[in-house]
Ligand binder design. Structure first.
Ligand code: DQA
Length: 147
């Protein structure tokens, strides 16, 4: 049973980047907590951050071979731009939750459109790093009930 967590561009800067929007936790802090929780539930969790669209697209394609059951993705700025990432997720048909640390609806208008939300099982935004943990809790349940 496998969960994949994907983090889009600039999320490697978490902890130092605009903490008023994104909080103080680093990406390593977030990934560690998720790993811990997934392992406790008997799941294997892999996390990948990339600033490059093609790396994320190719990692999503890999799900066709590696048996990934569920994806948690914060596409970051690609949320608002990437038809390619959207098509990759639609292509592999792995269920996913879209997560944003900040409440994108309370920010600039260009952040209010997502190329992902209509395909997602659900969307979590504005809850900071806790949003990933809530997404994982749901993913574990989702996979368990599908099996
Ligand atoms: C973000 C919101 C996006 O609009 C932004 O480009 C990000 C992070 C978030 O987690 O709040 O990089 O996805």
């Amino acid at each position: 049973r496998k969960i994949l967590v994907l983090h889009g561009p600039n999320l490697n800067l978490l902890g130092v980047r605009e903490p008023q929007h994104y909080g103080r936790d680093t990406l390593a802090d977030i990934n560690q907590r998720l790993q811990h929780r997934a392992a406790a539930a008997g799941f294997e969790l892999t996390a990948l951050q990339s600033n490059a669209e093609y790396v994320l697209v190719e990692r999503i394609h890999q799900c066709l071979q590696d048996g990934t059951d569920f994806i948690i993705i914060n596409p970051a700025a690609f949320t608002h731009t990437s038809v390619a990432l959207r098509d990759a997720l639609a292509g592999v048909k792995v269920p996913f939750i879209e997560v944003h640390l900040s409440n994108v609806h309370a920010r600039e208008p260009f952040r209010q459109h997502s190329y992902f939300s209509d395909l997602a099982v659900g969307v979590i935004c504005g809850l900071g790093a806790h949003g990933y943990e809530l997404a994982l809790a749901h993913a574990l349940r989702h996979v368990a009930t599908q099996a």
